[in-house]
Design a protein around this ligand. Structure first.
Ligand code: 3H9
Length: 698
C-alpha cells in the first residue's frame, strides 16, 4: 500500500492521519505528507490539530531502510521545525508504540495522549545509534536526567502509565485512540490551551547531575562493553543540561552522524533486518496458516523443561508440565517459583503477574492430562532411545492434531518422527539455556515436517517472544554444530600454551558475552562428557580436543555447579578465579600428549575461534542447513553471546574480507592442523569470485 497522510476537520479540530504500514515509519513520503497537511491546517479555521496514525501503531521511528542512502528533503528536522513553529497547538495521540523518531516527533508536539496499552521509547541504541532528532535534548527536559539516561541507554520503552508519571505524556485513556484524541483535544480547547514547547523548559545540570552522568558512564562501560553509541548518548545528555538548546541539537546531530558512520551501527542495523528475515521460511507458500495453539504440554521438569514452561505460562498459554516422578516435578516447580520470586524481589514482575503466570501452569505425573494439547515439547535427557520412547507414548495418547516437538540439541528429528504415526507433525524446537531468558529458538525441520507444522512452530515462537531461526537436519543443527569447532579451537589454544583465563579474556574483550571455557563451566562440563560417552572414538575425534575437559570432570570439577571447573568459583558471589590446580591438570595433560608449549597471542585466539565459526557456517550454508548467512548470524548473536555489534560470525568475516579470511585459514591449515582447517568450498569460491554470503539463499 502507498503511504498516505490525510487531513480532516471536525468541530474545529483538525486531524492529520498517517497511514503507512506496517509501522508508520517516517519515510520520505510520510515526512512530505506531514509537511503538506500542516500547511493546509495552518490556513483553515481549526484551533487545534491532532496528529495520529492508522493501523497497528503510532510512528515506530525513522525509516531504517533509508539509512545509508542519500538523504532526501524534507528531513525529519525540517518536519519537527514545522511542528514547533506551527501557530496552533498540536496533540500527538499515541497507540501501539511511539519509538525513536516517532517519539521525538511527539516531543515536538505541544501535548501528548497515549492509550493504556501504548508504549513509548527511544530504542536507537539497539541500532548503534542515538536519537538524532532532538530526543537527547528534549526528553531530559520532561523527565529529568535519571529517567532519560535509563530510557535512552537501555532502549527499553515505558508503558503509558509510567510515561505519564515520567512526564512524557499528559493523558492516558481507554483503547479508542481516535475518540480519546477528540475528547482530549476538546478539553484542551475549552481550557484555552496554547502552544507549549518542550524546548522551552529550562534545564541546567548541577553537581548531582554531573555525578549521575559519571557513574552511568562507568556502569555502561562495563554492561555494554566495547559499544560506542551508549557513551555518545551520555555526551549528548551532558550537552542537554550544559549548553543552550540549539547548540545541544547541533551537538546531537554530529554525534548521530558519527554513530551512523560507525561500523558498529552498520552491524546492528544488519542484525535488525536479519532477525526479521529469519522469521520467513523461503520455500513456504505465503498462505500457509499456523494452527491455533493454546494448550501446551512440556515433558520433563528439568532446567530446560521448567524454563520452557515459564516462557509459555508468561505468554498466557495453558501449560501442563509433566514429569515421570513426583520428586522431579516438585524440584522443577520449586525452581520455577524461585525464579519468579527473584524477579519479583528485583521489581521486574509484580506479585499479580507472578500469580497469573503460576495459575497458567499445571504440574502432573499423569500423561493422560496431555490429551487436548495443541503442542507438546519434549525436554527429557539427551538420549535417543529415551526420547523415542517418549514420542511413541505421546503419539498414542495425544489427539491427531497435536504437534510433537523435541527440544533436543543434537538428536535426529527424523528418528523421533519415525516412531510416530504423524511424522509430518513432528518438529524440533531447540531452546537455549536459560530458556526463559535467551531469545533464540532454533526450529528444526525434519524430512517429513510439513509447512503448517513449521509455520506453527515459528509463530508460537514469536508469541513467546523468541527470535526464530529455521534449521535443517544435521548433528547439532546450526548453532551447536558450529560450536564444536569454536570449542575445539578454545581447547587447543589451552593445550598449546594459553591459559583458560587468557582465552576467555581475549574473547570477552573482543565482545563475546562470556569466554568459551567459562561458558563450559556454566553449562556443566559433565554434559559434554556424558555426550562423548555415547560416541565412538572416531566420532569423538582426536583426544587432544577433549582430554583436558575429561580430566577436569574425572577430578570432580563439573563447572559452576560443583564450585570448580576451568576456574574455581566463589560460593557466595559465583565470581571466577584462576585455580593453580587447573594449571597442574593442564600441565599433566599436555605432558601426557607430548605437547610442546608455545606463546599464543590474543590475536591468534580471536582469529582461530571466530574463523572456525565462519568456516563451518559456510559449510552449513552450502549444505542448505541454514536458509541464509544472516540466519547463522542471528543464531550466534542471540544464542551464543556473539557481539551483535560485530554482526555475527558470517558478517564479521565479510567485513574482514573473504580473501583475507581464506588466507588466514590456509595459514592455520599449514601451521596448525590440515584436518581442522579444511577450507569450506563455498568460502573458497566466494573469495575467488568476489562474491558475498548474502548471494546465497536456500
Ligand atoms: C530512528 O528513529 C532515528 C531517529 O532518532 C533520528 C533520525 C534522524 N523502519 O518488528 P516487526 C519493519 S531509528 C523501517 O516484525 P513487530 C520491519 O523490518 C528507528 N522498517 O513487527 C518488518 O518488515 P518486514 C528507531 C521497519 O510488530 C515490519 O516493519 N525505531 C521499522 O514485531 C514489521 O516489523 C526502532 O528502532 C523502521 N523503523 O514489532 C523501532 N520498524 O515485514 C524498530 C519496523 O518486511 N521497530 N520495520 O520484515 C521495532 O522495534 C518493531 O518493528 C516494532 C513492531 C515494535 C515497531
Amino acid at each position: 500500500m502507498t503511504p498516505s497522510v490525510s487531513y480532516s476537520v471536525s468541530q474545529r479540530i483538525g486531524t492529520i492521519l498517517i497511514e503507512s504500514p506496517p509501522v508508520n515509519a517516517l519515510s520520505h513520503s510520510v515526512r512530505s505528507g506531514i509537511l503538506e497537511r500542516l500547511r493546509m491546517a495552518s490556513n483553515d479555521d481549526t484551533e487545534i490539530v491532532i496528529l495520529r496514525c492508522e493501523g497497528r501503531t503510532f510512528i515506530a521511528g525513522a525509516d531504517i531502510s533509508e539509512f545509508g542512502k542519500p538523504p532526501q528533503e524534507p528531513s525529519l528536522a525540517t518536519v519537527l521545525d514545522a511542528l514547533e513553529s506551527f501557530p496552533k497547538p498540536i496533540l500527538a495521540a499515541i497507540h501501539g508504540t511511539a519509538l525513536g523518531g516517532g517519539l521525538e516527533l511527539a516531543l515536538c508536539c505541544d501535548y501528548r495522549l497515549a492509550i493504556e496499552t501504548a508504549k513509548v521509547g527511544l530504542p536507537e541504541v539497539n541500532l548503534g545509534l542515538l536519537p538524532g532528532a532532538g530526543g537527547t535534548q528534549r526528553l531530559p527536559r520532561l523527565t529529568g536526567l535519571k529517567t532519560a539516561i535509563d530510557m535512552i541507554t537501555s532502549g527499553h520503552p515505558l508503558n503509558a502509565n509510567d510515561a505519564q508519571v515520567a512526564g512524557i505524556v499528559d493523558e492516558v485513556s481507554g483503547d479508542n485512540v481516535a475518540q480519546a484524541a477528540m475528547d482530549f483535544a476538546g478539553e484542551l480547547l475549552r481550557g484555552g490551551a496554547g502552544k507549549r514547547l518542550t524546548r522551552d523548559i529550562p534545564l541546567q545540570f548541577n553537581d548531582n547531575d554531573t555525578a549521575l552522568l559519571a557513574s552511568a558512564r562507568d556502569t555502561i562501560a562495563k554492561r555494554l562493553k566495547g559499544q560506542t553509541a551508549p557513551q555518545r548518548i551520555l555526551d549528548c545528555l551532558n550537552a542537554a543540561g550544559t549548553v543552550p538548546f540549539e547548540e545541544g541539537l547541533k551537538f546531537e546531530r554530529q554525534a548521530f552522524e558519527a554513530c551512523m558512520a560507525d561500523p558498529q551501527s552498520s552491524a546492528l542495523r544488519y542484525q535488525f533486518f536479519a532477525e526479521r528475515a529469519a522469521a520467513k521460511v523461503q520455500d513456504m507458500s505465503p498462505d500457509t496458516e499456523a494452527a491455533s495453539v493454546q494448550r501446551i504440554g512440556i515433558i520433563g521438569a528439568g532446567t530446560m523443561g521448567g524454563g520452557i514452561a515459564m516462557c509459555f505460562a508468561q505468554a498466557g498459554f495453558e501449560v501442563t508440565l509433566v514429569d515421570q516422578d513426583q520428586a522431579g516435578l516438585d524440584r522443577g516447580m520449586g525452581i520455577i517459583r524461585k525464579n519468579y520470586d527473584i524477579s519479583e524481589q528485583r521489581g521486574r514482575l509484580s506479585s499479580d503477574q507472578v500469580s497469573s503466570f503460576l495459575s497458567n501452569l499445571k504440574a502432573t505425573t499423569d500423561w493422560q492430562m496431555l490429551k487436548g494439547a495443541d503442542l507438546i515439547i519434549e525436554a527429557v535427557f539427551e538420549n535417543l532411545e529415551l526420547k523415542q520412547h517418549v514420542f511413541k507414548q505421546l503419539d498414542d495418547i495425544c489427539d491427531p492434531h497435536t504437534i510433537l516437538a523435541s527440544n533436543t540439541s543434537y538428536q535426529s528429528i527424523d528418528a523421533l518422527a519415525a516412531v510416530t504415526d504423524r511424522p509430518e507433525r513432528v518438529v524440533g524446537m531447540h531452546f537455549f539455556s536459560p530458556a526463559h531468558i535467551m531469545r533464540l529458538l532454533e526450529v528444526v525441520r525434519g524430512n517429513a515436517s510439513d509447512d503448517a507444522t513449521l509455520q506453527t512452530a515459528m509463530s508460537v515462537g514469536k508469541r513467546i517472544g523468541k527470535i526464530c531461526v529455521l534449521s535443517g537436519m544435521c548433528y547439532g543443527f546450526i548453532g551447536n554444530r558450529m560450536l564444536r569447532h569454536y570449542g575445539r579451537e578454545a581447547a587447543l589454544c589451552v593445550m598449546e600454551g594459553a591459559s583458560p583465563a587468557q582465552v576467555d579474556q581475549a574473547m570477552e574483550r573482543w565482545g563475546m558475552a562470556m569466554g568459551p571455557l567459562a561458558v563450559g563451566d556454566l553449562a556443566g562440563l559433565d554434559i559434554g562428557y556424558k555426550a562423548r560417552e555415547q560416541l565412538s572414538n572416531e566420532e569423538k575425534g582426536p583426544r587432544v580436543n577433549y582430554l583436558l575437559a575429561d580430566r577436569l570432570v574425572e577430578a570432580g570439577r563439573l563447572g559452576q555447579k560443583s564450585g570448580s571447573g576451568y576456574y574455581r568459583y566463589d560460593g557466595a558471589t559465583r565470581a571466577r578465579e584462576e585455580d593453580p590446580i587447573v594449571s597442574d591438570i593442564i600441565e599433566a595433560t599436555r605432558a601426557e600428549l607430548g605437547i610442546k608449549v608455545r606463546e599464543i597471542s590474543d590475536e591468534e585466539i580471536i582469529d582461530r575461534l571466530s574463523l572456525a565459526l565462519a568456516n563451518e557456517g559456510a559449510r552449513i550454508l552450502e549444505e542448505g542447513i541454514a536458509q541464509r548467512a544472516s540466519d547463522i548470524d542471528v543464531v550466534y548473536c542471540r544464542g551464543y553471546g556473539f557481539p551483535r555489534f560485530r554482526g555475527g560470525p558470517m558478517y564479521a568475516a565479510k567485513v574482514r574480507g573473504l580473501q583475507s579470511v581464506v588466507n588466514r585459514i590456509e595459514q592455520f591449515q599449514q601451521t596448525l592442523s590440515p584436518d581442522n582447517w579444511a577450507l569450506a568450498p563455498l568460502l573458497a569460491k566466494l573469495a575467488r569470485e568476489g562474491g558475498d554470503f548474502s548471494d546465497i539463499e536456500n
